[in-house]
Ligand binder design. Structure first.
Ligand code: XIL
Length: 447
C-alpha cells in the first residue's frame, strides 16, 4: 500500500519533523493525496482561513501550502483592519496573505466588506448620508485594491437575526439605511470588481430554519429583480449544541436551485476522534452532492490557532498532525491515493492515534480507523508499546500479542465493516510502569 509510509509518519505525532519530511517526499508522487488535489479532482477548492502573523512559522506555511488551494484572511480584510480611520486604508497584512496565495496558485475569498462586527466606532457615529457614502467608499476602495485577485467576496456578513423572527439584525447600516443597504452594497461591489463573485455569508443558516428562510427570500428577490449576487456562504461552525443539521445538503441545494453558487466558508466542528470525523465527512459529502457547491473553507489550519481552540475543531492538531477528521474528509473527496473519482478499486484504510486520557500511572489511547474510497470488510493495525508499559484493557477491538507483549495487533470485534470514508475506533488502557512514551501505531491494512 503506497501510502503506508506517510500514514505511519502521521501516526508518530511526536516525530513532527520526520512526519513532515515523509509527507513532502510522497507529495509529488501522490497527486490526489492532499485535500486540495482531491477536491480539485471533484472540481472544487479546499481552503483555510489564514492569519498573516503565522505565515512565518515553517510548519504552518508548509501545511497550508501542501494541503490547501484557497485562503480566506481570518481578520486582515475586515473594516477595522483596513480602514480604522476614515478614508485611510492599510492593506499590509491582507496583502501579505494575497501575495502568498498568488505565489502558491491559491484562490482568495475576500472577507468581509459590510459587517456589524470588527467595525471601527467612527462608522457607528455617522449620520445616514455620511454612512451611505462611507459604506460605498469602503467597498469601492477595498475591492479596487484587490481587483482581479479575489475569487469571491463576502459583500455582506451576518445581516439577519438569530431565532425565529427572520428579521434583520440591528447594525449601523440596518438602523440608519434600512433593508436597502444590502442591495446597495452588492450593486456597489459589482461596479468595483466585475470579475469577483459576490456572496452573502451567514451562520445558523446551515439547515432549513427561520433565519435561512429569510436569507433565501432575500436571494430569491435579488435574483428576480436582477440585483447582482453570485453566491451564498454557509459558515458552518458546529459543535454538540449546534450539530450538522440533518437537512444540511437539502438546504445547500435549495439555495443552489435559485441560481447561485453555494460555498462552505468557515467550517469548524468541535470534538475529536471518530465522532468529529463523521461530522466532517457528512459536510464534505453534502458539498459533493450539490453541483453548485464550489468549495469548502475550514476556519483555520491548526487547532492551536483556532478562534475556538478549546474545542479542537480543525483538521490538524497543534503539532500539525492530521486528525481522523482529515482522513475522513480526504476519503470523502476520493483522495488517499485514489484517482480522484471516489472508488478506484483499491481497498484501503488509515489509522490515527489520539491519547484520550492521561494520569500519573497510565493513559487511554484511541485509534480511529477510516476506510478509503472503497468499502472495507475488515481491517487490522498494530500498536507498539515502549517496555515496560503494559496494556491492561481494550475495547471495540480484539488484540493479539507478539511474544514480548510489546506489539499488539488489533482486529475488529463487531466493527469490521465500514462504508467508503467511514470511521470506527478502538481503545486501550496502558499501565505506564514508569514510561509515559506514546505508542507507535502502524499502517492500517484493509480487506
Ligand atoms: C473570527 C476570527 O476567527 C477571530 O480571530 C476574531 O477574533 C473574531 O472573528 N464569523 C465570521 C468570522 O464571519 O469573521 C469570525 O472570525 C467568526 C464568525
Amino acid at each position: 500500500m503506497h501510502m503506508s509510509v506517510k500514514r505511519l509518519g502521521r501516526a508518530v505525532t511526536a516525530g513532527l519533523v520526520a512526519a513532515a519530511a515523509l509527507t513532502a517526499a510522497t507529495h509529488s508522487a501522490e497527486a490526489a493525496d492532499t485535500l486540495g488535489s482531491a477536491a480539485a479532482g471533484k472540481g472544487r477548492y479546499f481552503g483555510a482561513a489564514v492569519a498573516a502573523g503565522h505565515l512565518g512559522e515553517a510548519a504552518y506555511a508548509a501545511t497550508l501550502d501542501r494541503e490547501f488551494t484557497q485562503v480566506t484572511p481570518e481578520n486582515e480584510m475586515k473594516w477595522d483592519a483596513v480602514e480604522s480611520t476614515r478614508n485611510t486604508f492599510t492593506f499590509g497584512a491582507a496583502d501579505q496573505i494575497v501575495t502568498h496565495a498568488k505565489t502558491q496558485g491559491m484562490k482568495v475569498r475576500g472577507h468581509t466588506l459590510v459587517w456589524h462586527s470588527q467595525l471601527p466606532s467612527w462608522v457607528g457615529g455617522l449620520g445616514a448620508t455620511d454612512l451611505r457614502a462611507a459604506m460605498n467608499n469602503h467597498i469601492t476602495r477595498v475591492m479596487e485594491h484587490y481587483k482581479g485577485q479575489i475569487d469571491s467576496w463576502d459583500v455582506v456578513n451576518e445581516a439577519f437575526q438569530d431565532g425565529g423572527s427572520g428579521a434583520r439584525r440591528s447594525s449601523p447600516f440596518q438602523d440608519k439605511l434600512g433593508d436597502g443597504f444590502i442591495e446597495e452594497a452588492f450593486r456597489t461591489a459589482r461596479a468595483a470588481d466585475p470579475a469577483a463573485k459576490l456572496c452573502y455569508n451567514d451562520y445558523n443558516t446551515d439547515g432549513v430554519n427561520a433565519k435561512s428562510d429569510a436569507v433565501y427570500a432575500m436571494v430569491a428577490d435579488f435574483k428576480s429583480r436582477g440585483v447582482p449576487i453570485d453566491c451564498v456562504g454557509f459558515q458552518s461552525h458546529f459543535n454538540s449544541a449546534s450539530p450538522v443539521p440533518s437537512d444540511y445538503r437539502a438546504n445547500l441545494q435549495r439555495f443552489a436551485d435559485l441560481g447561485v453558487d453555494v460555498q462552505i466558508t468557515e467550517l469548524d466542528i468541535e470534538g475529536s476522534g471518530a465522532a468529529q470525523a463523521s461530522s466532517y465527512r457528512t459536510v464534505t459529502e453534502a458539498c459533493l452532492a450539490v453541483s453548485r457547491c464550489a468549495g469548502i473553507t475550514v476556519w483555520g489550519v491548526t487547532d492551536k490557532y483556532s478562534w475556538r481552540s478549546g474545542g479542537t475543531p480543525l483538521l490538524f492538531d497543534g503539532d500539525y498532525a492530521a486528525k481522523p477528521a482529515y482522513d475522513a474528509v480526504l476519503a470523502a473527496l476520493g483522495g488517499s491515493g485514489g484517482d480522484g473519482d471516489g472508488g478506484d478499486g483499491t481497498v484501503s484504510c488509515t489509522a490515527t492515534y489520539t491519547r484520550t486520557a492521561d494520569w500519573s500511572t497510565g493513559y487511554n489511547g484511541e485509534v480511529t480507523i477510516t476506510a478509503g474510497s472503497e468499502p472495507v470488510t475488515s481491517w487490522s493495525t498494530t500498536v507498539t508499546l515502549t517496555p515496560p508499559q503494559q496494556v491492561s484493557a481494550t475495547w471495540n477491538g480484539s488484540p493479539a500479542w507478539d511474544a514480548s507483549r510489546t506489539v499488539m495487533t488489533v482486529r475488529p470485534t463487531w466493527n469490521g465493516s465500514l462504508a467508503a470514508g467511514a470511521s470506527t475506533s478502538f481503545g486501550f488502557t496502558v499501565a505506564k510502569n514508569g514510561s509515559a512514551a506514546a505508542p507507535v501505531v502502524g499502517a492500517c491494512t484493509a480487506s
